[in-house]
Design a protein around this ligand. Structure first.
Ligand code: NAD
Length: 477
């Protein structure tokens, strides 16, 4: 027998221990070749003084096994507690979040009988870096960071996933009609990488109409890749569309670790009643088995699960009279699956995992881009209660030999030159200064000094660069 693969397991809070017990029982009965290291995470750990909900000693296990099967946890109410998932994703570099969302028609009620989508969400960047500021009494800012290596890794992962799982199409969702630079980079990299996979169809949708289309006709989509925030929202919608949030599992994949979990939370009100549906965690554990190269066990469990669903043995959340035959608890649902190990579904499509390697296939180096980068100006953000006419007069009275004020905008709307009185303004002004010749940062710094001497309150600056002659900053609307 092959050596057992060590995995780290956390039972979590609320319904966590019950759904984990059912899942581990099925894995054991199916012959999963794993050895389990248990760690404590969640509410008790938070309340014992660990702001991230995980003890230092637990990291040793995660670093050693690199495979984490995690039940949901309860984040205590009140301030100061950091999201455990965000902490683990960041610390282990889990850049890809993979969520297969499948309907089980006609056995589980859904408005979308033909749905079989995999959402691949970028997991580390975008608005989730958590960099936020209240810059003025009126205005708060959150930083949306999109990097080329981040885009390359997640988009290549999506195409590799499609290739290895026999999927036909990869779709990208962005909002690059508005976010031309940040989401524009994601779209650009998507088009570049798609060229490396000519046998896989590819398409891009603007997120708003793409989301509407996915809600209406999910069967039109196959693998869908998107930046973090859109992926967070869309993958919850597509999971719910399958019939219950209890039905979807997810894999978080990185080069140095992995985490597998149900998408739902700890459902505290359902805890200790043997009513929770363990499917989400079970399907996550199947993703884990494929990842640790035990595809036969994964398929055995998955097919027994499909047969159980098909036989109408359902937990409370998916039970429907007339369709379901037997309402069972968490434990009995697990036992029903174990009873069917070795069987295949008759109407639902059986699964057959033929993934021959660990997911090393997904991780490639990223491209080093060489461009000519030239400093051409600066956007200076000023906190002021002045009216725009007063502000521009004061600013124009300050001469800079190298920088010229070209416009002032407020919340993205140009208010000088050529503004209109109807524009509602807040206390946060963007003043664009462009260079009248070659520019050095020292000249910007000197001008900032002059602004400070003139009692302007500068709250933020953004240097303006061109890349191979093209502006790397947004123009005014
Ligand atoms: P939730 O997902 O726990 O519950 C939402 C609804 O779905 C509830 O009605 C619940 O009873 C039901 N539900 C969820 N999972 C179910 C299952 N397996 N079987 C049957 N019904 C199920 O979301 P919530 O109520 O917003 O959050 C509860 C707690 O979970 C909070 O403390 C939250 O912070 C935490 N949470 C944790 C994770 C995680 O650990 N990954 C994710 C989301 C929420």
């Amino acid at each position: 027998m092959d050596k057992q693969t060590p995995i780290t397991v956390a039972e979590g809070d609320g319904i966590g221990p019950e759904i984990m017990a059912a899942t581990l029982y099925i894995l054991e009965e199916a012959g999963a070749n794993i050895s389990i290291e248990k760690i404590a995470i969640g509410e008790k750990v938070y309340l014992s003084g660990h702001p991230t909900g995980i003890e230092d000693s637990a990291w040793e296990s995660l670093r050693r096994t690199k495979v984490f099967l995690k039940a949901p946890i309860t984040t205590p109410q009140g301030g100061g507690y950091r999201s455990l998932n965000v902490t683990i994703r960041g610390a282990l570099g889990l850049y890809a979040n993979v969520r297969p969302c499948v309907s089980y028609n006609p056995f589980i009620q859904t408005k979308h009988p033909d749905m079989n989508i995999v959402i691949i969400r970028e997991n580390e960047e975008d608005l989730y870096t958590g960099i936020e500021y209240q810059q003025t009494p009126d205005v708060c800012q959150a930083l949306k960071l999109i990097s080329r290596p981040g885009c390359e890794r997640i988009i290549r992962y999506a195409f590799e996933y499609a290739r290895h799982y026999g999927r036909k199409k990869v779709t990208a969702f962005t909002k690059d009609n508005i976010l031309k630079i940040s989401d524009g980079l994601f779209h650009k990299v998507f088009d570049e990488i798609a060229k490396e996979y000519p046998s896989i169809e590819h398409e891009h949708w603007i997120i708003d109409i793409g989301a509407a289309k996915i809600a209406d006709t999910p069967a039109q989509f196959d693998v869908v890749v998107m930046p973090n925030l859109y992926g967070d929202i869309i993958s919850d919608i597509t999971a719910q569309m399958t019939g219950s949030v209890g039905l979807v599992g997810t894999a978080n994949i990185g080069e140095k670790g992995t985490m597998f979990e149900a998408i739902h939370g700890s459902a505290p009100r359902r805890a200790n009643q043997n009513v929770a549906n363990p499917t989400g965690l079970l399907l996550a554990s199947i993703l884990m088995l494929v990842h640790i190269h035990q595809p036969e066990v994964a398929a055995r469990i998955h097919n027994a699960f499909l047969k159980t669903i098909e036989d109408g043995v359902h937990t409370n959340d998916i039970f429907k009279s007339g369709v379901s035959r037997e309402k069972v608890g968490t434990k009995e649902f697990g036992e029903a699956i174990v009873k069917r190990l070795g069987e295949k579904p008759q109407q639902l499509t059986p699964v057959d995992y033929q993934i021959s390697q660990r997911e090393a296939w997904a991780h490639h180096g990223t491209t080093v881009i060489t461009t000519k980068r030239v400093l051409v100006g600066v956007d200076i953000f000023i906190y002021s209660h002045d009216a725009v006419d007063t502000l521009q007069e004061k600013l124009l009275s300050l001469n800079s030999p190298s920088l010229k004020l070209t416009f002032i905008s407020n919340r993205g709307v140009k208010v000088w030159p050529g503004g209109i009185p109807e524009t509602f303004c807040v206390d946060h002004w963007r003043c664009r200064y462009e260079s009248q010749g070659p520019l050095k940062y020292q000249q910007i710094a000197a001008f900032l000094h002059a602004l400070a001497d003139a009692r302007f309150e500068v709250i933020q600056t953004e240097n303006l660069y061109t890349y191979d002659g093209k502006p790397g900053y947004s123009d005014i609307n």
